[in-house]
Design a protein around this ligand. Structure first.
Ligand SMILES: C[S@@+](CC[C@H](N)C(=O)[O-])C[C@H]1O[C@@H](n2cnc3c(N)ncnc32)[C@H](O)[C@@H]1O
Length: 392
């Protein structure tokens, strides 16, 4: 948990009108033992369901989760309990349910998360810029350093180094991991699953047009280049000046069929004229057979804005889209909610998603973070999405 969240907990009581303080504590106690009707009575009296105690940072929902009584969870959620409030260890009430094997309770909390995030997006309306954030779900990090702000990140100084796990990584000026070599097996799965069923990507086929947004260490671009057949065409959009320098030094722009588009993907793909330019550079101008996005310091809203462009740039039903699914990946419940949210928003643009569960070895989860400011991954499994347009 960040120092800010810690302070926020100790200030929770100070934020309450004095007459609500006893009621807030009564609701916390009642959530541990009292019958559901008592919870309802306290909420009706105005007990604040968002309140968290100072000891554990637990909310009424955490305490109710420990009881394994779905009716208590239902009443508290209906009464304003916050589905993603985290305790001093960064756990939501959903994690309490998971640790007790309470699937029913966990699903109630996850469903509430999906509902409230959907509502949030509906109320916020269409978002068109990276800074217009209507959700807290972050792709790789959770703070306000350069990892939390795309424009600041793009101006920050990067360093290429080899981590304790012996793999190359890119670190930003605040010590956040921008791209880390441990992700290679996941990138390999992305490429395999995105190309496995496209007729032109099979041995002897003509090859497909690939669009990759975010070069990083170039892992996925190399993997695409190593497919048989090779891509017929391969566009890379990259915005960080140092990464661009790096990839030119590596000669990436000279790979056959490769085109580098310098700048933010928002500049290339959110302006209809520029989209025309991007498409015109593909063979026959018909768009891409595989599109992948993996940027840095962007949030869910940016990803959602990218979803909206997909119907214009994908080349028919065989074409696939995938993204680095790092949404909320420090917490199992938030990860499940954000994955589900992505699925619903992809459905909104006419795409169906298939999810593939890829396990992540414990060794990968512990060793690699030495010398990195903030873990962006803390889960035993990765949910890999592959989406396709559903044209009928
Ligand atoms: C996590 S790395 C990508 C790693 C890559 N998938 C690989 O396999 O090595 C993120 C990359 O996205 C770039 N990036 C960040 N924001 C961007 C934006 N708005 N538009 C284009 N590129 C961006 C960063 O400079 C960085 O090179």
């Amino acid at each position: 948990m960040s120092p800010n969240a810690f302070d926020a907990l100790s200030m929770a009581e100070a934020a309450l009108p004095p007459d609500l303080i006893p009621l807030a504590h009564r609701l916390l106690s009642a959530s541990q033992v009292a019958p559901p009707s008592e919870l309802k009575r306290l909420l009706d009296q105005g007990a604040p369901a968002w309140f968290q105690d100072e000891d554990l940072g637990w909310s009424c929902l955490h305490y109710a989760a420990e009881r394994r009584e779905p009716e208590c969870l239902r009443i508290l959620l209906a009464g304003g309990a916050v589905w993603n409030a985290v305790d001093r260890w960064g756990r939501t009430a959903g994690e309490i349910c998971l640790s007790l094997g309470d699937r029913v309770g966990w699903e109630m909390i996850r469903n509430e998360g999906v509902r409230s995030e959907m509502l949030h997006h509906l109320l916020a309306g269409p978002s068109s810029s990276a800074t217009d954030s209507s959700t807290n779900i972050k792709l790789r990090a959770e703070d306000n350093s350069s990892a939390g702000d795309n424009l600041a990140f793009l101006q920050s100084k990067l360093a290429w180094e080899v981590g304790d796990d012996g793999r190359e990584r890119v670190i930003d000026a605040d010590g956040n991991g921008v791209m880390m070599g441990w992700e290679e097996p996941l990138m390999r799965e992305h490429v395999r699953l995105m190309t496995s069923s496209h007729p032109d990507a099979q041995p002897g086929g003509a090859g497909i047009s690939v669009l990759n947004v975010g070069y990083g260490l170039g892992i996925i671009d190399r993997l695409f280049q190593a497919t048989e057949p090779r891509p017929l065409h391969h566009t890379i959009i990259e915005a960080h000046p140092q990464v661009l320098e790096h990839l030119r030094a590596e000669g990436v722009h000279e790979w056959p069929g490769v085109r580098i588009l310098e700048g933010r993907w928002q500049d290339w793909l959110l302006d209809p004229e520029k989209v025309g330019e991007v498409l015109a550079g593909t063979p026959e101008g018909s768009g891409f057979g595989a599109v992948f996005i993996d940027t840095f310091a962007e949030g869910y809203d940016d990803l959602k804005a990218f979803f909206d462009v997909l119907p214009d740039i994908l080349d028919g039903e065989d074409a696939s889209f995938s993204f680095w699914n790092g949404l909320g990946a420090t917490n199992a419940t938030i990860y499940a909610v954000s994955s589900h949210l992505a699925e619903l928003h992809l459905e909104d643009v006419g795409m169906g998603v298939k999810w593939y569960d890829v396990p992540i070895a414990e060794s990968l989860r512990s060793e690699v973070w030495k010398g990195v400011r903030r873990r962006y991954w803390d889960l035993p499994g990765y949910r890999l999405p592959v989406a396709r347009l559903q044209l009928h």
